[in-house]
Design a protein around this ligand. Structure first.
Ligand code: GLC
Length: 547
């Protein structure tokens, strides 16, 4: 490894790779580890510090790999363990750390343990690793409680006994193919210690922990009053939901921290915990728990100067109180890409997606301009930032995906009422003139790529100095060079109210957010501008200045 700076994660830019859609070396239309290895140079050139890979484990792919059938092997779709080792070696040689996803809330229904549980009798040790319960009603025909699945529909599915009679129900907070583990069971605790060690031994630099606010359910699995709350990937996760943010999860993270700390190399745990407010999310990153938590409060903040200043203050303050860095994130594989989201005119909670019939569809020009301004603002903030593959190309959400091509379980479980997340998962364009824009050699792509995507291709942007790619690259290199992520943020209070303006070391950052806030360019050396400026900084534009 190069540059073994201590606590690298406090300031790192971590690039999320969604393996299915990054690059396909085998030509079957689904991205793979070989494709990642082949393009690591591009990421080093971009200037990120680490990569995080969404799941590539053995899986029937009912939830794009978040339904894991074997936690310690690679799905043949993505390659082999040798391909993983080769990818890690190359990444480390380039100075990139490698974070892998771990999915502890549930397994696939094809996992050997769940198959054994189905075959075993009620009350057996096999069933005790999951959450099986008798149904309500005279014949057990009603689910054990009223919980909804995050993807729509009930969170319970009834089993069929080996003799064909209806059996018990099992809990799945997500798809019916994703049964929840029972984390009060010792087998489950021990198995995940093994999974952690397996990937740490193979050189992983840490884990992004899926659904880190789930795992423990309230005793007795009480009914929940959804009127007081919302249970969607897009709504605010309710402080009272009996399956989110239960105190017991923190014992698990302390246990995991002890495992991680046995290893050298400053390895990390990063929580995907959809918990509000940030003061509560900060519990996940107390000194003996995880290192980072995704700042979804920031992701969900509208493009408004006041709201941005407030969430930035709150983030630095709340994470700071527990000694953790703030993180910043604008896009991932579960939300509408920010080059579209920031220009939506109708409310669109994350995870619901947008499609041809959605209201308030974004203007792509406004969306891209805002996205560039928002990213350039984010990359100047103190702490660690996440970049989702394709945002450096300015990719918008793919809206016109034909109904019969959609694959997100959300689409099926809501019978098309919610478009879901396919629109942010479309395979990347690498080359403007190649089949599948260079994603695969054969022209195959598991989701159709919009025809307009030729203009977003990486090769076209590489040679264009004003492109989104070159802007990200400049921002990332300058951020490192100027130590922007390490400074204390100091608000500039005499800028117009619609401008987010702050000082970081001897750099001043002006982000003209509100529509009517265009301002005169202050004196100084312009180091970076997210879009064209004159002696005025127009709306939806961020500038980095040295005074
Ligand atoms: C997380 C993942 C999402 C997945 C869900 C269930 O929220 O980010 O993609 O569907 O967990 O594992």
């Amino acid at each position: 490894m190069t540059s073994p700076a201590p606590e690298w994660w406090r300031t790192a830019v971590i690039y999320q790779i969604y393996p299915r859609s990054f690059a396909d070396a085998s030509g079957d239309g689904i991205g793979d580890l070989g494709g990642i290895t082949a393009h690591l140079d591009d990421l080093a050139e971009l200037g990120v510090d680490a990569i995080w890979l969404s799941p590539f484990y053995v899986s029937p792919q009912k939830d794009a790999g978040y339904d894991v059938a074997d936690f310690t092997d690679v799905d043949p779709l993505f390659g082999t363990l040798d391909d993983f080792d080769a990818m890690v070696d190359k990444a480390h040689a380039l100075g990139l750390r490698v974070i892998v996803d771990i999915v502890p809330n549930h397994s696939s229904d094809q996992h050997a343990w769940f198959q054994a549980a189905l075959a075993a009798p009620e009350g057996s040790a096999e069933r005790a690793r999951y959450i099986f319960r008798d149904g309500k009603g005279e014949h057990g025909e009603l689910p054990p409680n009223n919980w909804d699945s995050v993807f729509g529909g009930p969170a319970w599915t009834r089993t069929t006994n080996p003799d064909g009679t209806p059996g018990q129900w099992y809990l799945h907070l997500f798809d019916s193919s994703q049964p929840d583990f029972d984390w009060s069971n010792e087998d489950v605790l021990n198995e995940f210690d093994r999974v952690l060690r397996f990937w740490l031994d193979r050189g992983a630099d840490g884990f992004r922990v899926d659904v880190a606010h789930g795992l423990i359910k309230a005793d007795g699995l009480p009914d929940f009053s959804y009127d007081d709350d919302t249970n969607s990937m897009g709504g605010v996760e309710g402080p009272t939901a009996p399956y989110w943010a239960q105190e017991g999860v923190h014992e698990i993270w302390r246990r995991w921290r002890r495992v991680i700390d046995e290893y050298d190399g400053d390895r990390i745990l990063a929580a995907e915990a959809w918990v509000v407010p940030l003061s509560r999310m900060a519990k996940w990153v107390r000194p003996d728990e995880m290192h980072q938590a995704f700042n979804f409060g920031y992701l969900e903040t509208p493009w408004k100067a006041d709201a941005l200043r407030t969430i930035i203050d709150e983030s630095i303050d709340e994470f700071g109180k527990v000694g953790a860095p703030s993180t910043w994130v604008l896009s991932n594989h579960d939300v509408v890409r920010h080059a579209s989201r920031l220009a939506l005119t109708a409310e669109n909670p994350q995870g619901h997606g947008i499609g041809p019939l959605s209201k308030g569809l974004p203007d792509p020009v406004v969306g891209l301009q805002r996205a560039r301004a928002a990213s350039t603002l984010m990359l100047a903030l103190p702490g660690s930032a996440y970049v989702y593959q394709g945002e450096e190309l300015g990719l918008p959400e793919a809206i016109d995906i034909p109904d019969d091509a959609r694959q997100d379980p959300t689409w099926f479980r809501t019978e098309g009422e919610r478009y879901g997340r396919d629109g942010c998962r479309v395979p990347l364009p690498w080359r403007a003139d190649a089949p599948a824009y260079g994603f695969s050699g054969t022209g195959e792509a598991w989701l159709p790529q919009p025809v307009q995507w030729a203009e977003y291709a990486r090769d076209a942007q590489r040679s264009d100095d004003s492109s989104t790619l070159r802007t990200y690259q400049r921002a990332l290199h300058l951020r490192r060079e100027l130590g922007l992520a390490t400074h204390t943020l100091e608000w500039i209070t005499d800028a117009p109210a619609g401008v987010v303006a702050f000082r970081s070391g001897d750099i001043e950052v002006y982000s003209v957010v509100d529509a009517d806030a265009a301002m005169t360019l202050p004196d100084g050396e312009v180091l970076l501008a997210s879009s064209e400026i004159t002696d005025t900084i127009p709306a939806d534009t961020t500038v980095w200045l040295r005074r």
